[in-house]
Design a protein. Structure first.
Length: 196
C-alpha cells in the first residue's frame, strides 16, 4: 500500500537446496519465497530476484528468471549461480548441466507429488539448448560454454569460428534442435561481425 511506510527486513535467496533447507522447500510450494508481508497493513509484495533451486532427490535444477530483465542478463546470472552451486559439490552430478527455466509463479508446480509436470524450457547450464537426451561430447560442451560468454561485437569473429566448430560436431538428423540453434547463432554472429 502506498501509504504504508513500515520498514521490513527481507531474506533474498539466490540458491536453495531442498535437501538442506526443507523449510524453504515448503515456502516454495506455497509460492511464498521472496514474498514480503507488511505487519501493520498486511500488504503483500514480491521481490523480483533470480533463484536457483536444486532438487537433488529428483536430480533436477530450476532457475527462476527475473521479470523485466534481458535474456542475456538472466543467462549470465544463471551461469554464475550454477557455477557457484557446482563449486559446493565434491563430485559434479550430470544433472547440473541441465536447467529448467521458470517464471516465479510456475515454481510451485515443480514440487507437485506427480513427476508429470510440464517442462517449460530446458537449457544447458552454459545457457544454450540442451542436447535433449543425446550425450554431448566434452569438446562440444566446452565450445557451447565459450559461445555463451561471447556477446560483445569484438567477440564475433571468435564466436563465428566456435559456431562452425560446434556444427561439425553435431549431427543434424540426430539432434535437430541443437543443430538449428547453432545455425541460428552462426547467422546472428556473422551478421553482427559484418557490423563491427
Amino acid at each position: 500500500m502506498p501509504g504504508c511506510r513500515q520498514e521490513v527486513s527481507v531474506e533474498i535467496w539466490r540458491i536453495v537446496d531442498t535437501q538442506e533447507r526443507p523449510d524453504l522447500s515448503a515456502r516454495i510450494r506455497k509460492n511464498e519465497i521472496h514474498t514480503v508481508i507488511r505487519g501493520n497493513c498486511g500488504h503483500k509484495g514480491r521481490i523480483n530476484a533470480p533463484l536457483l533451486v536444486n532438487v537433488p532427490e529428483k536430480e533436477a535444477l530450476f532457475f527462476v528468471r527475473t521479470e523485466k530483465t534481458s535474456e542475456v542478463e538472466n543467462r549470465n546470472t544463471r551461469a554464475m549461480l550454477v557455477k557457484k552451486l557446482a563449486a559446493s559439490f565434491e563430485e559434479i552430478s550430470e544433472y547440473l548441466d541441465t536447467v529448467e527455466i521458470l517464471d516465479q509463479d510456475e515454481l510451485p508446480r515443480v514440487f507437485r507429488e506427480s513427476n508429470e509436470r510440464p517442462v517449460q524450457k530446458r537449457v544447458s547450464s552454459s545457457g544454450k539448448n540442451s542436447a535433449a537426451g543425446i550425450d554431448m561430447p566434452g569438446q562440444l560442451h566446452l565450445i557451447l560454454s565459450e559461445i555463451s560468454q561471447l556477446s560483445q561485437l569484438k567477440d564475433m569473429p571468435r564466436r563465428v569460428e566456435l559456431c562452425r566448430q560446434a556444427l561439425m560436431l553435431v549431427n543434424r538428423h540426430q539432434n535437430p534442435p541443437l543443430w538449428a540453434m547453432l545455425s541460428g547463432e552462426l547467422g546472428n554472429s556473422l551478421q553482427q561481425k559484418s557490423l563491427g
